[in-house]
Ligand binder design. Sequence first.
Ligand SMILES: Nc1nc2c(c(=O)[nH]1)N[C@H]1C(S)=C(S)[C@@H](COP(=O)(O)OP(=O)(O)OC[C@H]3O[C@@H](n4cnc5c(N)ncnc54)[C@H](O)[C@@H]3O)O[C@H]1N2
Ligand code: MOO
Length: 435
Amino acid sequence: MTETASPVAADRLWSVDEHLADILGRIRPLEPIELQLLDAQGCVLVEDVTVPAALPPFDNSSMDGYAVRAADVEGASEEFPVVLRVVGDVAAGGGEPPAVGPGEAARIMTGAPLPPGAEAVVPVEWTDGGLGGGPATTMSARRPDADGGLGEVRVLRPAAARAHVRARGSDVAAGDLALAAGTVLGPAQLGLLAAIGRATVTVRPRPRVVVLSTGSELVPPGEPLAPGRIHDSNSYLLAACARSAGALAYRVGAVDDDPETLRATLEDQLVRADAVVTSGGVSVGAYDVVKAALSGLSGDEGSVAFRRLAMQPGKPQGFGRLGPDRVPLFALPGNPVSSYVSFELFVRPAVRALMGLPPQDRTVVRATCAEAVTASPQGRRQYLRGRYEDGRVTTVGGAGSHLVGALAHANALIVVPEDTTAVPAGADVDVVLLD
Ligand SMILES: Nc1nc2c(c(=O)[nH]1)N[C@H]1C(S)=C(S)[C@@H](COP(=O)(O)OP(=O)(O)OC[C@H]3O[C@@H](n4cnc5c(N)ncnc54)[C@H](O)[C@@H]3O)O[C@H]1N2
Ligand code: MOO
C-alpha cells in the first residue's frame, strides 16, 4: 500500500480507528538483543529460559538455630530439656560444615547448608541459646569456653526430621521452564533470572524515541519570553509520554519553522531513533514546517502521509516512515492537548508494538458523566479531559486544545462518539483511565 494517497482520498476524514490500524499495520517489533538484567526490566523475553540447576542448590536451614538429629530431641520439653554438645557453627556461605553426631548440635544460620548427620533444625527460641537460662531470643556471638569447647545447648522442644529444612530443589528443579518466551520481565521475573544464575537475557529492547518540537515562537523553559514567544512544553510533555509508554526518550530542543533545518535535524537524529515524534507544523498555516519538510519524500527518504482525522482534538496528523531503515515518524499537531491526546491514541500503542507488547493497555470503563457535555462536534470523536473517581467522571476545563492547565489535573479522557453532539448529565460515557 502506498502512503501517497490520491487527492480525493487524501482529503477525506480518517477515523481514529483507521489511522491507528494504518500505523500498527506498518510497525514491526524491534529485533531482539541481549541485555543485562536490569536493562531488560519491562521488556518482553524472546527465549524460553530453563533452570540450569536446582534451587535451592542444597538442603538448608529456614531458621537461625541448631542443627540436630531428630531422635536426640524427641522428648525435649521445658521441664526436661535435652542437653546437646555444640560442635561448631554453620553460617550461610561458610566453609566445610561440622558433622553432627549423636548427642551433638551445630549452630546454624538461616540459609546455611544442613551439616552432615543433622536431620532437623531447632529454632534458637526453642533452646536456651547455650546460655543456661530460659528460652533464648537471639543467637549469641560464638564464645568458646576456657578449654576451647563450644559448650552445650538445652533444647526445650522436639523437632521432627526435616523440620525447618528447605529441601534442595523445593523451589525450582533443573530443567524446569523458568520463564516462557513472551513473558514481560518485572521485578519478580528478574529476581528469578538472577537466582538461577543468568546475568543477561534476550529481549525486545525499549524503543529509542526522538522527540522534537517545531515552532519559531518556542523558547526553552528557564529562559525569559520575548513578545509573541511561548515556552516549549510539548517536547517535555511528549518525552514524558514516551517514557511512560516504555520507550527511551531523546528530547531534542525546538526547531525553527524552516524546512531545511528540520530535514537536517531529522537526518542527524535518525541514527539513534527507533521512532520519531514531532509536534507542530501539520495544519494549513503558511509556516507549517513539518508538512513542508516531509511532504513529497521519495525513495530512500521514506514517505509521510498527512491527513485529517475525525477527532477533536488532534484533527491534523502525519504518519510515515523515514530513511532507508523506514523509522516510523509521528507528526503530531502542535496544540499541547492535541499532541498529548494524539500520543496517547497513536504513539503509545505503536511504542508497545515495537516492544512486542499488546498495543492497547489503557483501561476503558463506563462512568456516569456528572455534568452535561454540550457542543461536541458532529462527525468527530471528542476526547474531553476528565477526572474519574468511583464510577463518576467530571470534565476538567473545556474542549480547547490549548488548555494545559486543565490537562495537568485530568486523570482520564471522556470519549464522546462521532455521532453524539451532547451528553446529558447523569448519562454513561466511556472513559479512558490515564496514569
Ligand atoms: N485554518 C485552519 N487553521 C487550523 C486548523 C485548520 O484546520 N484550519 N486546524 C487547527 C487545529 S485543529 C490544530 S490542532 C492546529 C495544529 O496546528 P499545527 O500542528 O500546525 O501546530 P502549530 O501551528 O505549530 O501550533 C499550534 C499551537 O500550539 C502551540 N505550540 C506548538 N508547539 C508547541 C510547543 N512545543 N509547546 C507549546 N505550545 C506549542 C503553538 O504556539 C500554537 O498556539 O492548527 C489549527 N489551525
Ligand atoms: O484538532 Mo486540533 O488538534 O483540535 O486543536
